[in-house]
Design a protein around this ligand. Sequence first.
Ligand code: NAD
Length: 236
Amino acid sequence: MEHTRQWLRRARRVAVLTGAGVSAESGVPTFRGKDGLWKQYRPEDLATSEAFFRDPKLVWQWYNWRRGLVAHAQPNPGHYALADLERRSKEFTLITQNVDDLHEQAGSRNVVKLHGDIWQVRCLACLREWTDTRPCIAELPPKCGCGGLLRPGVIWFGEELGPGVWDRAEKAARKADLLLVVGTSAVVYPAAGLVRLAKCAGAKVVEINLAETAITSQIDAFLCGPCGELLPKLIA
Ligand code: NAD
């Protein structure tokens, strides 16, 4: 913890990569924890375009469940600590794999949302995209005014990231003096590849997680515990 504090004090440019674990203490389940299961389905079997085209109503029912969870969630002390760190840093980028808006609600500003936003919807026919914050969409699957099928504005497994999104994340990771990796199992690519990019460009990399992950052997420090407790301690 003390080493990490020193690296933070010295760093001109800080980047943070967050995953579902950051929102777990707000009551939004991770994909790989047992609370992430909905009915008998594994998230990996629903968050794909194949699953959506096979049964759009089922995938939308799952999104309604997730929308309801996110709508009732509040940022936790980990989200607030990261917003505080941004205010105190010269250059700061928060790269998140999360599709909820809890970082923004906590006050984070320079946020790169790698995997999109659970409140966005996109028409597959006219490609129009807009925000719809209803926790539960009644008519499933929802349709656009043009008659086209709507899909959630998120990136599913096997899909490419949105235009420009990867460039911003990659630049921030390459330029960072310190990369904090928080609450991610670091198995989803290309997001997990940011760790190696930052390390090769000379950054110190610090991981905060409840358990060791796929990247723990490549990093400079591992802080083991809930990020809602460790982040406020680190940044205080
Ligand atoms: P993951 O489910 O694969 O892994 C979660 C990680 O968080 C695990 O390593 C776990 O040990 C750790 N963790 C759990 N609680 C923690 C806590 N309190 N403090 C610190 N660490 C904790 O999640 P992922 O790596 O983000 O990847 C899965 C995909 O899931 C992402 O693409 C993301 O889009 C999506 N997802 C997003 C949300 C969300 O928006 N809140 C929720 C679930 C899944």
